[in-house]
Design a protein around this ligand. Structure first.
Ligand SMILES: Nc1ncnc2c1ncn2[C@@H]1O[C@H](COP(=O)(O)OP(=O)(O)O)[C@@H](O)[C@H]1O
Ligand SMILES: [Mg+2]
Length: 260
């Protein structure tokens, strides 16, 4: 079951040796259950901080995060996360890396059910034949696919993706985007994607949120004008090109504020 994500008047600062570093400023946004929202914004503006707040790994100075109608006050097992570095355990096979969350998150599944669930996801991302391999035997794109399976294996209500495709070459990245669409069709989650690739945000998201330079505010929100079912060709349609141009302008504005 996917959950609604709601940020209510979130403000946050880090306390550092050189003083207080304001990072997020009064963020208010509601992401409906099952939606896919991409956040783009200048480097260092607070995007990863935002993901940690949503996952309950940190608490905001002010405001609240709500998931599925419940206020988040501690880390949530109903959240799955994937990052730029897939951090798979080298001494475990791919299958057993994917199974890891089911060993940690309380659940009533039998061993055979768990394995069946992990295999179902590995099949969806095209890794069935690699389940017995070690992470180092896989390409970067394959490791990232495995990491997506691990993030989803316990059927999280919310999937947080913090630049998971950022380190991949362009073609591999596009393959992964298509895999992401497939996962979205088959699985049920509300997704938050952090990216600095505007094409990625346009291809994957229903809504794209542009954040300003630090301390980040929500500078601009853009609802996708693309059909829900998408292949890569969609990026060459006038609608997508228009969205990309408008996003690029917004990013320039965001960076301008940084320089001011
Ligand atoms: N734990 C921390 N303590 C102090 N400063 C931090 C911490 N984490 C991040 N920062 C700083 O907060 C700002 C926002 O960081 P982050 O959310 O990682 O940005 P982004 O993901 O948008 O690049 C950056 O200037 C970063 O250096
Ligand atoms: Mg980051």
């Amino acid at each position: 079951m996917s959950a609604e994500i709601e940020l209510r008047a979130i403000t946050h600062a880090y306390r550092t040796y050189s003083g207080r570093l304001p990072v997020l400023e009064h963020l208010d946004i509601r992401m409906p259950p099952g939606s896919f929202t991409a956040f783009v914004g200048p480097s260092g503006c607070g995007k990863s901080t935002l993901t940690k707040l949503v996952a309950g790994l940190m608490r905001p100075d002010e405001g609240q995060v709500w998931l599925g109608g419940q206020m988040v006050t501690s880390p949530r097992a109903t959240v799955g996360m994937a990052f730029q570095n897939p951090v798979l355990l080298e001494w475990r096979s791919i299958l057993s890396n994917v199974l890891l969350p089911l060993e940690i998150v309380p659940n009533k599944l039998s061993k055979s059910r768990r394995v069946a669930r992990a295999r179902e996801l590995l099949a969806l991302v095209g890794l069935s034949e690699f389940e017995d391999k070690r992470p180092s035997e896989l390409s970067g794109g394959m490791r990232q696919r495995a990491s997506l399976c691990r993030a989803l294996v316990h059927r999280p209500e919310v999937l947080i993706l913090d630049e998971p495709f950022g380190a991949l070459d362009a073609f591999t990245r596009e393959d992964l985007w298509q895999t992401m669409h497939r996962l979205r069709e088959e699985e049920n989650f509300t997704a938050v994607l952090i990216t600095h690739d505007l094409r990625e945000s346009v291809f994957l998201a229903d809504e794209i949120v542009v954040m300003s330079a630090r301390p980040a505010r929500i500078q601009h929100r853009m609802a996708s004008r693309l059909p829900k079912a998408r292949d890569l060709e969609v990026l060459y349609t006038p609608e997508a090109v228009e969205m990309l141009a408008a996003l690029r302008r917004q990013i320039q504005i965001a960076q301008g504020r940084d320089a001011a």
